[in-house]
Design a protein around this ligand. Structure first.
Ligand SMILES: Nc1ncnc2c1ncn2[C@@H]1O[C@H](COP(=O)(O)OP(=O)(O)OP(=O)(O)O)[C@@H](O)[C@H]1O
Length: 244
Protein backbone atom coordinates (compact mmCIF):
# COMPACT_ATOMS: atom_id res chain seq x y z
CA UNK A 1 0.00 0.00 0.00
CA UNK A 2 1.28 3.48 -0.84
CA UNK A 3 2.26 5.61 2.17
CA UNK A 4 0.57 8.68 0.75
CA UNK A 5 -2.95 8.64 -0.66
CA UNK A 6 -5.63 11.17 -1.53
CA UNK A 7 -9.28 10.34 -1.00
CA UNK A 8 -11.89 12.45 -2.78
CA UNK A 9 -10.05 15.55 -1.64
CA UNK A 10 -11.60 18.99 -1.85
CA UNK A 11 -9.45 22.04 -1.07
CA UNK A 12 -10.33 25.71 -0.90
CA UNK A 13 -8.52 29.02 -0.54
CA UNK A 14 -10.21 32.20 0.60
CA UNK A 15 -13.58 30.43 0.53
CA UNK A 16 -13.18 29.38 -3.13
CA UNK A 17 -12.80 25.75 -4.14
CA UNK A 18 -9.40 25.22 -5.77
CA UNK A 19 -9.43 21.43 -6.24
CA UNK A 20 -12.10 18.76 -5.87
CA UNK A 21 -12.60 15.01 -6.33
CA UNK A 22 -8.87 14.44 -6.14
CA UNK A 23 -7.99 10.76 -5.69
CA UNK A 24 -4.86 8.73 -6.02
CA UNK A 25 -1.83 7.20 -4.46
CA UNK A 26 1.74 8.42 -4.71
CA UNK A 27 4.00 5.46 -5.24
CA UNK A 28 6.64 4.78 -2.60
CA UNK A 29 10.16 5.09 -3.95
CA UNK A 30 9.02 7.18 -6.91
CA UNK A 31 9.11 10.77 -8.08
CA UNK A 32 5.74 12.27 -8.98
CA UNK A 33 5.81 15.47 -11.02
CA UNK A 34 3.05 17.88 -10.06
CA UNK A 35 2.22 20.02 -13.06
CA UNK A 36 -0.35 22.64 -14.00
CA UNK A 37 -0.65 26.26 -15.04
CA UNK A 38 -0.19 29.16 -12.61
CA UNK A 39 -3.00 29.11 -10.10
CA UNK A 40 -3.97 25.49 -10.86
CA UNK A 41 -3.56 24.54 -7.21
CA UNK A 42 -0.12 22.95 -6.94
CA UNK A 43 0.92 24.88 -3.82
CA UNK A 44 -2.53 24.36 -2.34
CA UNK A 45 -2.20 20.59 -2.72
CA UNK A 46 1.30 20.65 -1.24
CA UNK A 47 0.01 22.61 1.76
CA UNK A 48 -2.71 20.00 2.31
CA UNK A 49 -0.25 17.11 2.05
CA UNK A 50 2.03 18.81 4.57
CA UNK A 51 -0.91 19.17 6.95
CA UNK A 52 -0.89 22.98 6.76
CA UNK A 53 -4.28 23.26 5.05
CA UNK A 54 -7.39 21.45 6.28
CA UNK A 55 -9.45 19.86 3.49
CA UNK A 56 -13.02 21.02 2.98
CA UNK A 57 -13.86 17.33 2.53
CA UNK A 58 -12.08 14.08 1.78
CA UNK A 59 -8.66 13.34 3.22
CA UNK A 60 -4.93 13.02 2.81
CA UNK A 61 -3.85 9.68 4.25
CA UNK A 62 -0.17 9.63 5.12
CA UNK A 63 1.75 6.84 6.81
CA UNK A 64 4.86 9.00 6.96
CA UNK A 65 5.55 10.39 10.46
CA UNK A 66 5.66 14.18 10.67
CA UNK A 67 9.37 14.26 11.49
CA UNK A 68 10.13 12.47 8.20
CA UNK A 69 8.18 14.92 6.04
CA UNK A 70 10.01 17.78 4.40
CA UNK A 71 8.88 20.64 2.25
CA UNK A 72 11.09 22.87 0.16
CA UNK A 73 9.17 25.97 -0.98
CA UNK A 74 10.08 28.06 -3.98
CA UNK A 75 13.36 29.89 -3.33
CA UNK A 76 11.69 33.28 -3.64
CA UNK A 77 9.36 32.40 -0.78
CA UNK A 78 12.27 31.76 1.57
CA UNK A 79 13.80 34.35 3.83
CA UNK A 80 17.31 33.13 4.51
CA UNK A 81 18.61 36.40 5.90
CA UNK A 82 18.80 35.14 9.49
CA UNK A 83 22.30 34.39 10.78
CA UNK A 84 22.97 30.72 10.15
CA UNK A 85 25.81 28.90 8.42
CA UNK A 86 25.47 26.15 5.83
CA UNK A 87 26.65 23.59 8.37
CA UNK A 88 24.15 24.82 10.97
CA UNK A 89 21.33 24.60 8.44
CA UNK A 90 22.25 21.05 7.51
CA UNK A 91 22.61 19.96 11.14
CA UNK A 92 19.17 21.42 11.86
CA UNK A 93 17.79 18.55 9.79
CA UNK A 94 18.09 16.49 12.98
CA UNK A 95 15.68 18.78 14.87
CA UNK A 96 12.36 17.19 13.85
CA UNK A 97 13.38 13.82 15.27
CA UNK A 98 16.09 14.76 17.78
CA UNK A 99 14.89 18.12 19.12
CA UNK A 100 16.40 21.56 18.64
CA UNK A 101 18.13 21.92 22.00
CA UNK A 102 19.86 18.59 22.55
CA UNK A 103 23.00 19.43 20.60
CA UNK A 104 24.69 17.09 18.19
CA UNK A 105 26.88 14.04 18.66
CA UNK A 106 29.84 12.71 16.67
CA UNK A 107 27.80 10.60 14.23
CA UNK A 108 25.59 13.63 13.47
CA UNK A 109 28.62 15.74 12.57
CA UNK A 110 30.09 12.92 10.48
CA UNK A 111 26.84 12.53 8.60
CA UNK A 112 26.60 16.28 8.09
CA UNK A 113 30.11 16.34 6.59
CA UNK A 114 29.29 13.41 4.30
CA UNK A 115 26.18 15.19 3.07
CA UNK A 116 28.04 18.43 2.39
CA UNK A 117 30.69 16.47 0.47
CA UNK A 118 28.02 14.70 -1.56
CA UNK A 119 26.47 18.03 -2.48
CA UNK A 120 29.82 19.70 -3.21
CA UNK A 121 29.42 22.36 -0.51
CA UNK A 122 32.03 21.31 2.08
CA UNK A 123 34.01 24.48 1.35
CA UNK A 124 30.91 26.55 2.23
CA UNK A 125 30.31 24.92 5.64
CA UNK A 126 30.91 28.14 7.57
CA UNK A 127 29.42 30.55 5.02
CA UNK A 128 26.26 32.41 6.07
CA UNK A 129 23.09 31.48 4.15
CA UNK A 130 22.57 35.08 3.08
CA UNK A 131 25.91 34.98 1.27
CA UNK A 132 25.14 32.02 -1.02
CA UNK A 133 24.20 31.87 -4.69
CA UNK A 134 20.84 30.39 -5.66
CA UNK A 135 22.41 27.05 -6.55
CA UNK A 136 24.48 26.90 -3.35
CA UNK A 137 21.40 27.66 -1.24
CA UNK A 138 19.41 24.93 -2.94
CA UNK A 139 22.18 22.40 -2.35
CA UNK A 140 22.24 23.37 1.35
CA UNK A 141 18.44 23.12 1.64
CA UNK A 142 18.39 19.67 0.03
CA UNK A 143 21.23 18.74 2.37
CA UNK A 144 18.99 19.55 5.31
CA UNK A 145 16.33 17.14 4.03
CA UNK A 146 18.99 14.42 3.64
CA UNK A 147 20.05 15.03 7.24
CA UNK A 148 16.40 14.75 8.25
CA UNK A 149 16.21 11.39 6.46
CA UNK A 150 13.01 12.60 4.84
CA UNK A 151 10.71 9.83 3.61
CA UNK A 152 8.28 12.27 2.04
CA UNK A 153 9.82 15.22 0.26
CA UNK A 154 7.83 17.93 -1.50
CA UNK A 155 9.71 20.38 -3.67
CA UNK A 156 8.28 23.45 -5.37
CA UNK A 157 10.28 24.19 -8.52
CA UNK A 158 13.60 23.08 -7.05
CA UNK A 159 15.58 23.91 -10.19
CA UNK A 160 14.39 27.49 -10.60
CA UNK A 161 17.24 30.01 -10.34
CA UNK A 162 19.94 27.38 -9.98
CA UNK A 163 22.90 26.78 -12.28
CA UNK A 164 23.17 23.81 -14.66
CA UNK A 165 25.80 21.99 -12.58
CA UNK A 166 23.60 22.23 -9.48
CA UNK A 167 20.66 20.84 -11.45
CA UNK A 168 22.77 17.75 -12.23
CA UNK A 169 23.85 17.29 -8.60
CA UNK A 170 20.30 17.72 -7.29
CA UNK A 171 18.76 15.41 -9.90
CA UNK A 172 21.21 12.75 -8.86
CA UNK A 173 20.49 13.20 -5.15
CA UNK A 174 16.71 13.22 -5.64
CA UNK A 175 16.75 10.09 -7.81
CA UNK A 176 18.90 8.43 -5.16
CA UNK A 177 16.43 9.36 -2.40
CA UNK A 178 13.62 7.77 -4.42
CA UNK A 179 15.74 4.68 -5.10
CA UNK A 180 16.12 4.32 -1.32
CA UNK A 181 12.33 4.33 -0.93
CA UNK A 182 11.37 7.97 -0.32
CA UNK A 183 8.21 9.44 -1.84
CA UNK A 184 9.02 12.61 -3.79
CA UNK A 185 6.57 15.14 -5.20
CA UNK A 186 8.13 17.82 -7.35
CA UNK A 187 6.42 20.85 -8.91
CA UNK A 188 7.95 21.15 -12.36
CA UNK A 189 7.32 23.22 -15.47
CA UNK A 190 10.20 22.02 -17.62
CA UNK A 191 9.57 18.92 -19.73
CA UNK A 192 13.24 18.13 -20.10
CA UNK A 193 13.61 18.00 -16.31
CA UNK A 194 10.38 16.03 -16.05
CA UNK A 195 11.62 13.46 -18.55
CA UNK A 196 14.70 12.84 -16.43
CA UNK A 197 13.12 12.83 -13.02
CA UNK A 198 9.48 11.77 -13.01
CA UNK A 199 8.05 8.28 -12.69
CA UNK A 200 4.46 9.56 -12.48
CA UNK A 201 2.69 12.79 -13.33
CA UNK A 202 -0.26 14.39 -11.55
CA UNK A 203 -1.68 17.15 -13.74
CA UNK A 204 -3.93 19.79 -12.19
CA UNK A 205 -6.35 21.80 -14.30
CA UNK A 206 -9.78 23.35 -13.95
CA UNK A 207 -10.09 22.29 -10.32
CA UNK A 208 -9.39 18.62 -11.03
CA UNK A 209 -6.42 16.27 -11.05
CA UNK A 210 -5.47 13.65 -13.57
CA UNK A 211 -2.75 11.01 -13.37
CA UNK A 212 -1.03 10.75 -16.73
CA UNK A 213 1.95 8.86 -18.04
CA UNK A 214 5.19 10.87 -18.38
CA UNK A 215 5.82 9.16 -21.72
CA UNK A 216 2.46 10.26 -23.19
CA UNK A 217 2.98 13.80 -21.98
CA UNK A 218 6.51 13.97 -23.40
CA UNK A 219 5.48 12.46 -26.71
CA UNK A 220 2.71 15.03 -27.00
CA UNK A 221 5.20 17.80 -26.31
CA UNK A 222 7.92 16.57 -28.67
CA UNK A 223 9.18 19.58 -30.63
CA UNK A 224 7.69 22.06 -28.15
CA UNK A 225 10.02 24.33 -26.14
CA UNK A 226 10.77 22.46 -22.88
CA UNK A 227 9.57 25.33 -20.71
CA UNK A 228 6.31 25.93 -22.58
CA UNK A 229 4.61 22.54 -22.54
CA UNK A 230 1.07 21.95 -23.69
CA UNK A 231 -0.95 20.21 -21.01
CA UNK A 232 -4.12 18.81 -22.54
CA UNK A 233 -6.45 17.54 -19.89
CA UNK A 234 -7.91 14.77 -22.05
CA UNK A 235 -4.92 12.45 -21.78
CA UNK A 236 -5.91 8.90 -20.90
CA UNK A 237 -5.51 8.43 -17.18
CA UNK A 238 -3.04 5.78 -16.02
CA UNK A 239 -4.38 3.25 -13.57
CA UNK A 240 -1.34 2.38 -11.48
CA UNK A 241 -1.36 5.77 -9.80
CA UNK A 242 -5.12 6.03 -9.55
CA UNK A 243 -7.19 5.38 -6.46
CA UNK A 244 -6.03 2.37 -4.49
N1 LIG B 1 -4.07 32.59 0.74
C1 LIG B 1 -4.92 32.59 -0.31
N2 LIG B 1 -6.10 33.23 -0.24
C2 LIG B 1 -6.96 33.24 -1.27
N3 LIG B 1 -6.72 32.63 -2.44
C3 LIG B 1 -5.55 31.99 -2.57
C4 LIG B 1 -4.58 31.93 -1.52
N4 LIG B 1 -3.52 31.21 -1.95
C5 LIG B 1 -3.81 30.83 -3.21
N5 LIG B 1 -5.01 31.29 -3.58
C6 LIG B 1 -5.67 31.05 -4.88
O1 LIG B 1 -5.84 29.64 -4.99
C7 LIG B 1 -5.60 29.24 -6.35
C8 LIG B 1 -4.52 28.18 -6.39
O2 LIG B 1 -3.30 28.79 -6.02
P1 LIG B 1 -1.94 27.95 -5.88
O3 LIG B 1 -0.92 28.87 -5.28
O4 LIG B 1 -2.20 26.66 -5.19
O5 LIG B 1 -1.60 27.66 -7.42
P2 LIG B 1 -0.24 27.11 -8.06
O6 LIG B 1 -0.64 26.06 -9.03
O7 LIG B 1 0.71 26.72 -7.00
O8 LIG B 1 0.27 28.40 -8.83
P3 LIG B 1 1.77 28.88 -9.22
O9 LIG B 1 2.23 28.00 -10.33
O10 LIG B 1 1.52 30.28 -9.68
O11 LIG B 1 2.62 28.82 -7.98
C9 LIG B 1 -5.29 30.51 -7.12
O12 LIG B 1 -6.46 30.95 -7.75
C10 LIG B 1 -4.83 31.47 -6.05
O13 LIG B 1 -5.12 32.79 -6.43
Amino acid sequence: MARLQLHDLQLARGGQTVLEHLDGRFQDGAVTALIGANGAGKSTLIAAIMGMLTPVSGSVESQVPKERRAWLPQQLALDLSFPMSVEELIMSGTWPSHGAFKGYCGPHYRRGREIMARLGISHLAHRQLGELSGGQRQRALIGRTLMQEAELLLLDEPFANVDAETVEVLMDVLRDMAAKGATLIVVLHDMEQLSRLADDVLMLSGGHGRWVSPEALLEYNAGQPARAPRLPFDFPEVSHAGPA
